[in-house]
Write a protein of this length. Structure first.
Length: 126
């Protein structure tokens, strides 16, 4: 699985999870930008042009559903794939927001995350 320099924006309020997953993705060849909440994620878009956003659903202040809604209104973000992550069952998440490309249950299975990222990056390649 080659990341081919693709950029992933990780958004999670759990710093430990953010750092661990970030290191794993960097080791797999991805460029990684980290944000600890939805507002930081939106600010990151000013400088980072991610291919994929991996977005935690449960966060204080600006949760994943609200962040996802805001992301969908950012110009030039049309080809960005969104992976929603949560410790909640996907049915609960889908009931509130459904406009994402993939779902990963927490704790995240690293192999599944890498396969999902690779597949989404292949789909969004321009």
């Amino acid at each position: 699985m080659s990341a081919n320099g693709k950029t992933v924006l990780l958004v999670d309020d759990d710093t430990s999870s953010l750092e661990t997953l970030g290191e794993i993705l960097r080791g797999a060849g991805y460029n990684v930008v980290c944000a600890r909440n939805g507002a930081e994620a939106l600010a990151c878009l000013q400088v980072a042009h991610p291919d994929v956003v991996m977005l935690d659903y449960v966060m204080p202040q600006m949760d994943g559903a609200t962040t996802l809604g805001a992301l969908k209104h950012v110009p030039d973000l049309g080809n960005v794939a969104i992976i929603m992550t949560s410790g909640l069952p996907e049915e609960v998440v889908r009931a509130r927001c459904s406009d994402y490309d993939a779902f990963l249950q927490k704790p995240i299975d690293v192999d599944r995350a890498l396969r999902t990222l690779s597949a989404l990056c292949a789909l969004t390649a321009s």
